[in-house]
Each structure stands twice: as structure tokens, then as C-alpha cells.
Design a protein. Sequence first.
Length: 367
Amino acid sequence: MRKLVTIRKITNIVPIENCDNIALGIVDGWTVIIKKSEFSIGDSCVFFEIDSFLPLEPRYEFLKKTTKFDGKEGYRIKTMKMKGVLSQGLALPLSMFPEVSTNDDDVTNRLNVIKFDLEQFYGANTAGPRERKYGSFPTFIPKTDQPRIQNMTHMFLTHKATTFEETLKLDGSSMTCYKIPNKPTLFQRVLSFFGKQLPTHKFGVCSRNVDLKPSDNKVQTFDNFGKKSVYAQSDFWATAIKMDIENKLPIGYAIQGELIGPQIQANHEKVSSLDYFVFDVYDINKKQYLTPEARREFCKQYNIQHVPVTNESATPLQMSLEELLAHVDTESMNPGTVSEGRVYKSNSYPTMSFKVINNKYLLKHEK
């Protein structure tokens, strides 16, 4: 789980032109505006990453602007530009937090900070007209969440020569589809005793946090022949059905990808219909992800749409952080769009991956 709030050090302080009271603090790979009077180089701080949602407490009142999220009023930390410099995060003195110690490993929960989830904020049709779900996200499939390069700056020293698959990071909602052998219930076993043929598998469709049921909610529609009833599916299930994923996906695998569409994430990708692009394939039996090359071959073999690959053998860590951030400042799939950034997955080390988010995207779409 992402640690939104951590104890870190101010490794450098850079003056801001014509500013007497504030400066630019460097915290690992992040740049953040700080008060000059509060920090010296080497000081520890409580660092809140972008996407943090802080509770409505007096010590945060200086942030002024509040936002409503998840039914609560609070303060959202996001990328911003002030005095011509980029500020990403919030660094505050340890003295403001007597309940926190320097070796505290769970500052996020201790300070009641949650993630400001843009998918949840914008909303997506996850369950049709009536919410239907089996339960939480399946425990036998890992969740997708790549660390940001600003939190992985040590890799610039240790993995300069490592090659990575570079893919376009699409701006949508996380969607997972899985297919596992059917485990008959007692009721199904009784039916089979009387000659009922049982299904060979269970097919599932999930949003980021929920295993969704296909809708059984009928809605009235009208065509040239008069009124008829149809089932209203969620965007997730509707896409899985449209792309025939249940029939394409072999048993024992899960695919994870990005669902994009006109009503998803404010449609920053500027598409006219729902679409789905796979970025990971998980072997459920072996409990491991396919390598980038094997994943691409898997998608080709089973005719499943893959996320756009911009470089199969990139060496991003030979660039500086500033050069890498500039490198991902491009359009997305369609003209006139700003890409969210790139995702890098090692061709040699199965668990090594990170994402680089385009700062122009953050400034444009996180207002």
C-alpha cells in the first residue's frame, strides 16, 4: 500500500527569486515550497505526497481551500505552480505532530490521511443502475499500483544499464478480468446429480477495489418494433462483453488494464466509446506476472488489446530525473491530449517497475 505520509529529510534548499519567506525544498525526487524559517538542510519533516487528503483539523487551516471527498471535508494535496516553480507535496516540521516519532512506520494512518482517488472523485459506472458486487477485489490477484520515480531515486545509481519496456500511461479506470476453474456449490452439485451441466469456469470483472456482478437490472428501451427490456450493465462488464474477453481469456489467468471512455475520468483521452487496454497478465496458478515480452505475445495470441508500447527496450535511468520528466511530456493516443506519462517495467527483474507522471498533465487535469 502506498505510504502517502512519511518522515523524510530536506536534502537541499533552493532560493526562489524575489521571495524572502519561502524557498524550494528538495525531498528525495520531489520539489516542494517550504517556509525558510521552518527548515535547514538535513532537517527531518513530515512529508505529504500529492494525492494525500488531509482531515479538517486546525493545524492545516493555512491551506485554506477545502475539498469534499468520500463524504468528508478536507484538504487535498496536489501539484501546483507558485512563483514560477513547481511544488509537489507538503513538508511540515515534526514539531507540529507530537503523536509522530522519527521511526514511525505508519504515519499515514496515524494522521488519518487517505488517498484522494480521482477515479472515485470523477466516478465511473461501476455497477449499472443498481449496485451489484460479489465483494472486495479478489485476494488471489495482486492490485496494480506502480511507485513514482520520485520515490525511487536510488535506482538512478543502481540500475542505469537495466532495460525496461516503456508503455503509454492511459488516463482511465483500472479494470481486471479473471477466469478460474469452477468450484461447484452444494446447489450446483445437486443440479448435476439430476443431469444439469455445470459451468467449467468462473469469469469475473473487477474495478480497482470491487469484484462486480453482471447486472440483472432490466431497463425499458424502445426500437422500431416497440418497447423491449434489456439488461443494463456497468461500463466494466459492458466492455468485457463487447470485447468477448470471457471467451478469449484462458482459464487460470487474469488480465489487468485501463478502461477509458466518454464518462470515465472526465474523458481526458478524448475517445468516443468505451475501450480497454491491457498492461499486465497474471498467471494465477504460478502466482506471478508474465514478463513484458511474454505479455505482449499472450495478448497477440488471444487477440486481446494491449496498451501502446513506446519502447520495448528503453534505458530511462540513463537520463536524469529532469530529463526523464521532460521525455514523458508528450501527447497521448489522440491529437490534442496530454499524456498522463509512461510506465516502465524491467525486462530482467520481474518485480521492478515504476511510473513517471507528466507534470503538465498534473497541472492541467488536477485543478
